[in-house]
Design a protein around this ligand. Structure first.
Ligand code: BG6
Length: 497
């Protein structure tokens, strides 16, 4: 097992401590880090929310929720009790100036510690909470603030939130989460590209035909319909997760692994994205909304029924994006994401150019282009699709086969949740895997014209049945260019092996 680097004692204050994110992600992540002895003796987790809880009642609440999100085999009652002893609760509405005494007293006991203020709240509260932190003199040199996405709902609101937070915390102290960057497999894109010599020479428009980035989910909007209906798939997934994946795939080699070197390169990609003009919105973007159908063998309702009313919010997006650079000129990046799709699957597929000429007659082989598939989840791994000789006598027939690395098989280790890595990076003060202000704003700048053009377009999102791969116009989007989505999941079993 990799060596786990300990950190000095710290205080982590979580605003929004009774919310879904805290209970489903943050507390289980902290439990795992504690279990793996990364949370030192004396470290404190201070949960803050408006509800009335005693420490004891809150701990029971956390334990109950965490049990559902920690693997049974990883849950240990004694370890959980030790972990929960570090959690305390303060009743506090962070956006109001009242009732800060409890938090002041607790933090005042350890004035020199690293303090992490985690905003697991709605983004419009980030500014007011930060102002109250300052008014109570709680933001020290060693403090950091962690902001959950979405940072705003458009460029202007993102700028306003960044300005408000920036009055209290410097950029070095600000940790904007895109939890995709905390995924092991996303970080592995850096390793694949910059720790191996074979790919770099192939990583350009001379050899690559196009790139596909898919983040497909089987879940619907569940209990988040209220938030989701104001957001939609473009803001919820494309503006952050898919664009970050695109950056990791397309960026130039950073000069080092320092936070700014990596983020400078990602920023260049975002700024090189070709803006989508209103007149081409129908040609290069598709938005869809799920209707009733069946997912994983279960009948499910459509989005309107989930929401309780009709809506024009998109639950599916496909976009043909282009990066204007010498490396990528003429190479489309097809992005797609959606809820209630046929499978839960995230992958980046690099499709190489076709052979310029084939010596093999058509009867022996329909040559398919080489594909490098980076599977982010589930069954994490990498495979290269290549043509091989079909074994056996009777002439030289060809068929595609896979050169396959399954991480599960190769490393036989648990894949930590991205929040485990990101929380500890925030404590350590390492911003590499967090979005810098200019990145967030550049991403909004590219996305905003799409939102505006959709708002003005007469068409509404195209319906697609739950359990499908999205509206047929998403298939047309890529097939118009003589290409197809990578949907050959018939060999899914190979990923599991
Ligand atoms: C979140 C989105 O950021 O990412 C959700 O708000 C989405 O709508 C989730 O379901 C997907 O994350 P993951 O890690 O399950 O792929």
């Amino acid at each position: 097992m990799a060596q786990i680097i300990p950190v000095p004692p710290f205080d982590c204050v979580v605003f929004g401590a009774t919310g879904d994110l805290t209970l489903r992600k943050l507390m289980p992540a902290l439990y795992y880090r504690f279990r793996d002895r990364q949370i030192p003796e004396g470290a404190r987790i201070i949960a803050a929310a408006r509800s009335d809880f005693t420490d004891e009642a809150y701990r029971n609440h956390v334990a109950e929720a965490a049990r559902q999100h920690v693997a049974k085999s990883d849950w240990d009652d004694a370890t959980a009790a030790d972990f929960l002893a570090r959690v305390s609760y303060v009743q506090l509405d962070g956006s109001s100036p009242d009732r800060w005494t409890g938090l002041n007293d607790l933090l005042g006991q350890e004035p020199d510690r690293v303090r992490v203020f985690y905003m697991a709240t709605s983004p419009d509260l980030y500014g007011p909470i930060c102002r109250n932190i300052r008014a109570n003199d709680l933001a020290s040199e060693g403090s950091r603030v962690v902001l959950e996405k979405p940072i705003g709902h458009d460029l202007a609101s993102a700028k306003s939130i960044n300005d408000q937070v920036g009055e209290i915390f410097s950029e070095r102290q600000t940790f904007r989460i895109d939890h995709y960057l905390g995924k092991e497999t996303v970080q592995n894109l850096l390793a694949l590209r910059f720790a191996n010599s074979i790919f770099e020479r192939l990583w350009n428009a001379d050899v690559i035909d196009h790139v596909q980035i898919t983040v497909a989910e089987t879940v619907g909007v569940e209990s988040r319909a209220g938030y989701y209906d104001h957001s939609g798939a473009l803001r919820d997934m494309v503006q952050n997760h898919l664009l970050q994946l695109l950056c990791m795939t397309a960026m130039e080699s950073p000069i080092s692994l320092s936070a700014d070197s990596v983020r400078d390169e990602k920023l260049k990609v975002l700024r090189a994205l070709r803006p989508i003009a209103p007149h081409e919105i129908g040609a290069v973007t598709v938005r869809g909304q799920y209707t009733q159908g069946a997912v994983e063998g279960r009948a499910v309702a459509g989005y309107a029924a989930d929401l309780g009313r009709q809506s024009h919010t998109e639950t599916f997006v496909a976009i043909k994006a282009e990066v204007r650079s010498w490396r990528w000129g003429g190479v489309p990046f097809y992005l797609r994401t959606g809820k209630r799709l046929a499978d839960k699957l995230s992958e980046v597929v690099v499709v190489f150019r076709k052979l310029p000429f084939s010596i093999f007659p058509r009867e022996v082989a329909e040559l398919s282009p080489n594909k490098l598939v980076m599977r982010l989840q589930p069954h994490e791994g990498i495979h290269l699709e290549m043509m091989t000789k079909d074994p056996g006598p009777g002439g030289l027939r060809l068929r595609p086969a896979r050169l396959n690395i399954s991480f599960e098989e190769a490393f036989k280790t648990r894949y930590p949740d991205s929040y485990e890595r990101l929380l500890m990076d925030a404590v350590r003060g390492n911003t590499t895997l967090f979005m810098r202000r200019d990145e967030v704003e550049a991403a909004w700048q590219w996305v905003e014209p799409i939102i505006e053009a959709w708002g003005e377009a007469p068409e509404t999102p195209k319906p697609y049945p739950a359990g499908s791969w999205g509206p047929t116009s998403a298939i047309a989007l890529i097939e118009r260019d003589g290409r197809t989505w990578h949907e050959d999941f018939t060999q899914e079993e190979e990923f599991k092996r």
